[in-house]
Design a protein around this ligand. Structure first.
Ligand code: FES
Length: 132
């Protein structure tokens, strides 16, 4: 019985390490914080997908980089009053929620961001759930 308990404990520890490794591997370093001044948006590419990484001045956020309109490059837009503005037709998205300023039912997917040691990391594996 004791052997069985020990084997179960080892198995749980292995699973826990795997889960922790998977979680930490999901984040990918995309830029140095110093390269993204407040009020700027920049492009990040992860696994061939484009993202718009925004520095609102109070936080770093990450939106799907392809505009919901017709796929314009949000990362090449501008940031104003907490909204990222698409360079193609001017659609605006809230940097913190991804919600379109013209149609609240439209939303760019948002992705987790962390800043560690002056570097920006994003997790492109799964969009954030945004509560409205
Ligand atoms: S492609 Fe972005 S506003 Fe049209």
């Amino acid at each position: 019985m004791r052997r069985l308990v020990n084997a179960g404990t080892r198995l749980l520890a292995s699973v826990s390490r795997l889960v922790q490794t998977r979680i930490s591997m999901a984040f990918v370093k995309v830029a140095k914080l110093a390269d993204l001044p407040p009020g700027q948006v920049m492009e990040a590419t992860v696994d061939g997908r484009y993202f718009a990484v925004c520095n609102t001045g109070s936080e770093i956020t990450c939106l799907d980089g392809e505009c919901a309109c017709t796929g314009g490059p949000l990362s090449q837009g501008t940031l104003r009053d907490g909204l990222v503005i698409c360079p193609w037709h001017g659609w605006r998205y809230d940097c913190k929620t991804g919600v379109c300023a013209y149609d609240a039912d439209m939303r760019q997917a948002m992705f987790p961001v962390k800043v560690e040691d002056g570097e920006i990391w994003i997790d492109a594996s799964q969009p954030l759930e945004v509560v409205r």
